[in-house]
Design a protein around this ligand. Structure first.
Ligand code: HEC
Ligand code: HEC
Length: 295
């Protein structure tokens, strides 16, 4: 109750509680110990045989109610319950949580800190750490990237291959995980028209297969005009922009003619959420070790 909006309400609740307890006490005592006026007069009779009895309530009820009231009073002294009074024991749910966090930190803090600072190689050599890294991955990332990090649904990239759209250095992968990534490739349908899209898609597929492309290929002309800025002259891509290589035979969105036509016509906007607030340093370090391990 310590977070009651104002003292007034805390006080109000305390008064109601104390007054109700006192009234209940008075009521119970009056039933058992007040002089019983009805003994003196005639007992009230409602019908021929239906009379108002004056049997006293059994005494064990009294003791039961009394002990419950004593229990309530002791409880209210020890624990929070009386308005904003926090009780002699200062117990609180939040307090319990803080305590268990503190003991968790005490128990594992050192180990966790040493993991956050360890070299990736030493983490990769420890099977227990790799196993918990995998559990973190399954919990936080598996839903999109698949539980073996092999990617899925032609939307979520394979993280076990050699191709890194946003860079495969540890620092770049860490940035991807902490800050997230938003890929922006706009659609070119309006600029190129249906035929233009088809020609360009054919060209891109030839480029991907390493085929010799002709200089007068209209697809090549469009590529050099519209695509070079992000995907590079030879289609090698640009990790600064998250523009993938078009010549590594890795296709996030599929390599069929229709898939590539769709990519070019409508664009793609893959979004990787930021995990800085959802993972601590230890977890990020373990994930980095797991993702860059040699299998
Ligand atoms: C909501 C789905 C989602 C979740 C959850 C998610 N990712 Fe991603 N991630 C994506 C998408 C989509 C991309 C591709 C972004 C793009 O198209 O550029 C991506 C890209 C990446 C990349 C860049 C790959 C490259 O080729 O450069 C890395 C690394 C990565 N994710 C790691 C992780 C890790 C580690 C986690 C768990 C902490 C995670 N992701 C959780 C959706 C997700
Ligand atoms: C502004 C920079 C930019 C330009 C210009 C651009 N792209 Fe892209 N392209 C990207 C980015 C970023 C992605 C990754 C999209 C994603 O991951 O969601 C991408 C993805 C692709 C893909 C999908 C690759 C895969 O793995 O599935 C293809 C194909 C592609 N671009 C072809 C082209 C062609 C052809 C052009 C020229 C018309 C072009 N792009 C122009 C930035 C660009």
């Amino acid at each position: 109750m310590a977070d009651m909006p104002t003292d007034f309400w805390g006080g109000w609740i305390a008064v109601i509680t104390v007054v109700s307890l006192a009234a209940l006490c008075w009521f119970v005592f009056s039933i058992y110990f007040a002089a019983n006026g009805q003994d003196e007069g005639e007992a009230q009779v409602w019908d021929e045989t239906l009379g108002e009895g004056s049997n006293p309530a059994p005494m064990w009820w009294f003791w039961l109610i009394l002990s419950l009231m004593v229990f309530s009073v002791i409880y209210l002294i020890l624990y929070p319950g009386l308005g904003s009074y926090s009780g002699v024991l200062k117990w609180s749910q939040g307090g319990r949580l803080d305590e268990s966090f503190a003991s968790y930190r005490e128990q594992f803090g050192e180990v966790r800190q040493s993991i956050a600072k360890a070299t990736l190689e030493s983490l990769q050599e420890d099977p227990a750490i790799m196993a918990s890294a995998r559990r973190v991955f399954d919990r936080k990332c598996g839903i999109c990237h698949g539980s073996d990090a092999r990617g899925q649904a032609s939307r979520f990239p394979d993280l076990m291959d050699e191709a890194w759209q946003w860079g495969g250095d540890v620092a770049q992968i860490e940035k991807t995980i902490r800050s997230g990534r938003q890929a922006v490739m706009v659609g070119w349908q309006a600029v190129l028209g249906d035929d233009g899209v088809k020609q360009l898609a054919r060209y891109v597929r030839e480029l991907g297969q390493g085929g010799q492309t002709k200089d007068d290929d209209p697809g090549k002309t469009s590529y050099q005009q519209f695509c070079v800025a992000c995907h590079g002259v030879t289609g090698e891509g640009n990790i600064m922009l998250g523009a993938p290589s078009l010549v590594d035979d890795v296709w996030l969105y599929g390599d069929s003619a229709e898939d590539i036509e769709q990519t070019i016509a409508l664009g793609r906007n893959g979004f990787m959420p930021a995990f800085n607030d959802r993972l601590d340093d230890t977890q990020v370090r373990m994930l980095l070790a797991w993702l860059t391990r040699i299998q």
